[in-house]
Ligand binder design. Sequence first.
Ligand code: EPU
Length: 336
Amino acid sequence: MIEKFYTYPLQRHNTFGFEVNARCLIKAYSTQDVLQLRNDKDFVGGTRLVMGGGSNLLFTSDFDGCILQPLLQNISPESDAGTTARLRVGAGVAWDELVEYCVERGWHGLENLSLIPGTVGACPVQNIGAYGAEAKDVIEGVEYVDLESFEVSYLSNEQCRFGYRTSIFKQELRGKAAITQVVFGLSRQPRYNTSYDSLSEMVKQLGGESLRNVRQAVVATRRGKLPNPAELGNAGSFFKNPFVEASLAEELQKKHPAMPSFPSGSGVKIPAGWLIEQCGLKGARRGSVGVHPKQALVLVNYGGGTGSEVLALAREICQAVHSRFGVTLELEVNVV
Ligand code: EPU
């Protein structure tokens, strides 16, 4: 059974903590609930948004439409034989709860993605990633309700067209799909990935490679750099790390020998955090909003700030980075 609310306060539903309202919010607990919305006058025809944990959204004003929150809570093992543990997981499960579930059972693949805020249903949309791992490495497929035909569809990993912080759900299916279930394939055999930065050193200090130790090292690293949204409003990385052409990267590297850079495919990835820091904006504050003092890629709401203020700061950052380095930053968060 769906639950429906009008003039719904979103402060606790967006990790920036902005005080905005939705005209209507619908909580759906099953695929049937979502399918039933084909007859819902508030949902069909109007402006709508599917929301997970609200950890990647920037509201610039009240939302004059209908928000759908898929809250399906199942973690259902599909097969537990052979080398792969296959799981069907409801869109409403908290991401880190799933990571803990898998670590506890000795299933490999999610541990590097520990502590990422948000829900399972949101993870394929932007192909969440951290510490050398991405959701696409373990997603076998995604089930969703097509919000035009109100039919249930399934896309395989390949059909999801995952890329760096993107997928078909951010492109062609943007606003047209409500993800209900994600199918994961996890390795029952040890498969560690601790090559990222200081991770292997920290894992060694904790006593060597184990799922628990990798999870603990990732949690400690995140806690050291990234603000906890429950304490300080933020949406994680506000910008994507830009890919630039090899020729521009080379030119920049000559001028700035200390610039970190990561060749990838035909281009080079440059950390946006570094570019922002070089512009002197790390820790900058504009009224109630600012750039986090420990990680320049994260914009924060110190309390009472608005989405428009954050957006104005983001524009200032983009301009500063562009005029100093000739590099264009793209937003990672979704502006509503
Ligand atoms: N750096 C700076 N200054 C800063 C921030 C970073 O110089 O203020 C430099 C670091 O010294 C390092 C490089 O940038 O050389 C990379 O920094 P870090 O390892 O902190 O990662 P990131 O590229 O800034 C990305 C993801 C994060 C993820 C980390 C770890 C994106 C947009 N962000 O950040 O993801 O946790 O790697 O894997 O790709 C998120 O998406 O919300 C998120 C937090």
